[in-house]
Write a protein of this length. Structure first.
Length: 169
């Protein structure tokens, strides 16, 4: 899908941030339909049902929990929409909450302009985008997630022996 296929809507409490995003996206030929302080305000406007919607939302403005709740509500009304969350920091709990709410990308506001645009393009193509900082978080928890086939074989052997004992008793 192209940039023109989507209508883009922006949500965030910070009007200056929204205006800056509009300028960046407009220069890159994105079709900006609307901008609002919160999703509730956005939903008061008529959004197209026949075109894909790209929602870019600043999750820091009104508290992350409220922002994630707004995202979930938007996704309930527009399930085929694509959602990009913008945040000041990369916090694992917030990333998990964002994806549970239905985001397709979690981006940090310090990203370079080119990175930001390319990330949005990936989202429009159906991809999921995480900030580079998440790789460090994943590496921290990876040892606990690794599949240990030797341990599983040992457990299966013990279970099999226990079953044999029960059957022979």
């Amino acid at each position: 899908m192209t940039r023109q296929s989507f209508v883009t809507v922006l949500v965030g409490a910070n009007e200056l941030l929204r205006e800056g995003l509009i300028r960046i996206l407009d220069a890159e030929k994105f079709r900006i339909l609307s901008s609002a302080a919160c999703v509730h305000d956005l939903l008061q406007k008529s959004l197209p049902q026949h075109r894909p919607i790209l929602l870019i939302v600043d999750v820091d403005g009104s508290g992350e929990d409220a922002g994630f709740g707004q995202i979930a509500g938007f996704k309930a009304m527009y399930p085929t929409s694509r959602v990009v969350a913008l945040a000041d920091q990369c916090r694992s709990n917030d990333i998990v909450s964002a994806f549970r709410a239905g985001v397709d990308a979690y981006l940090i506001k310090t990203a370079a302009r080119e990175t930001f645009i390319k990330s949005i393009e990936l989202v429009m193509l159906g991809q999921t985008v995480l900030p580079a900082e998440t790789s460090a978080l994943i590496q921290e928890i990876w040892p606990a997630m690794k599949y240990d086939s030797a341990r599983d074989l040992e457990s299966a052997a013990v279970e099999s022996e226990d079953e044999e004992r029960e059957l022979s008793a």
